[in-house]
Design a protein around this ligand. Structure first.
Ligand code: HEC
Ligand code: HEC
Length: 258
């Protein structure tokens, strides 16, 4: 090889790596996206929906997140979970977590699901059909069921429909029915508001609140299969149900909501 040829070969070789890298980077970005999507479908879709629009877990397509919207905050939420809720922590690797964060970011801006019902009619039904007795909305209503002030940010329309028709299908552990019997045979039945090693707090259907020392209890029995919420299957016409769902789905989170 002449010196000239060597120089050309070296120059060509020097030029090549950046070009390779560009191609490689584009291919990797695509790989990353599909890896992120795969991970999401495997670990998150069960609760957040296949396309991230929500189910048992909140809609993640809005680009703003209650627990923080920076990359760090998302990373934190996704790796640590949200204690006291169904959002679990995970043992995914750093790289997998970063891929998921990136994928979740990319979900932002996807259109909201449109619902057919009339939210104003739904609001009327909610008041007239006894829902308020157990559910609080913006500070008004009962405490036997979850506060629904921003349930539309937390659940998909399909999930809301199921909650109304068959509440037993999925019961929030915070609302498991419990029955405690003390040493005198007195029975306390309601939902478990709170529990620690020594005591349990039970809210009865008439909203009496008992704090019972476990030392004084003969038995505590949970019913994790039956919700305190009555099943409304067959109690609403199809359009009434759609109106209720539209109303609940319209209850979106504002700053300061629970
Ligand atoms: C078993 C159900 C479940 C699974 C699995 C799950 N989540 Fe969640 N997730 C929830 C619930 C419920 C919440 C709402 C927690 C709350 O009330 O603050 C939540 C909250 C979040 C939030 C915070 C939303 C906000 O507004 O701040 C993000 C982000 C999130 N999840 C992402 C993920 C990702 C990514 C995965 C998969 C690695 C995942 N979740 C797996 C149920 C789940
Ligand atoms: C006797 C009390 C009671 C009444 C009446 C009641 N609910 Fe409930 N509701 C509950 C309880 C307890 C839960 C939580 C346990 C569960 O998930 O089933 C719940 C859960 C829900 C959920 C799911 C909330 C979530 O975070 O996913 C929705 C939606 C709901 N109720 C809507 C309604 C509507 C609409 C009505 C009226 C048609 C109604 N409820 C009447 C007690 C009640």
């Amino acid at each position: 090889m002449s010196r000239n040829t060597v120089a050309v070969v070296i120059r060509v070789w020097l030029c090549l790596p950046p070009a390779f890298l560009v191609v490689d980077r584009a291919a990797r970005a695509q790989d990353d996206d599909s890896a992120g999507e795969r991970l999401f479908r495997l670990h998150c879709a069960e609760c957040h929906g296949l396309d991230g629009q929500g189910g048992q877990g909140p809609d993640l397509t809005k680009g703003a997140y209650r627990h923080g919207s920076t990359n760090q905050a998302l990373y934190q939420t996704i790796s640590q979970g949200v204690p006291g809720t169904r959002m679990p922590s995970t043992s995914l690797s750093d790289r997998q977590l970063l891929l998921i964060v990136k994928y979740v970011r990319g979900l932002a801006g996807v259109a909201r699901v449109s619902v057919p019902g009339d939210p104003t009619a739904g609001e009327g039904l909610f008041a007239r059909r006894g829902c308020r007795q157990c559910h609080m909305i913006r500070g008004e209503g009962g405490r036997l069921g979850p506060d629904l002030t921003s349930v539309g940010s937390l659940r998909s329309p399909a999930n809301l429909r199921t909650s109304i028709l068959s509440p037993d299908e999925q019961i929030d552990p915070a609302f498991w029915s419990v029955e405690a019997v003390d040493k005198d045979g007195k029975i306390y039945a309601g939902i478990r508001l709170n529990e620690d090693t020594y005591s349990i707090q039970i809210l009865e259907i008439n909203e009496n609140l008992y704090s019972l020392s476990k030392n004084n209890l003969r038995a505590v029995k949970f019913d994790k299969k039956r919700s305190r919420m009555p099943a409304y299957d067959g109690m609403f016409t199809g359009s009434e149900l759609e109106n209720l769902v539209a109303y609940l789905y319209s209850l979106q989170r504002n700053a300061g909501d629970p």
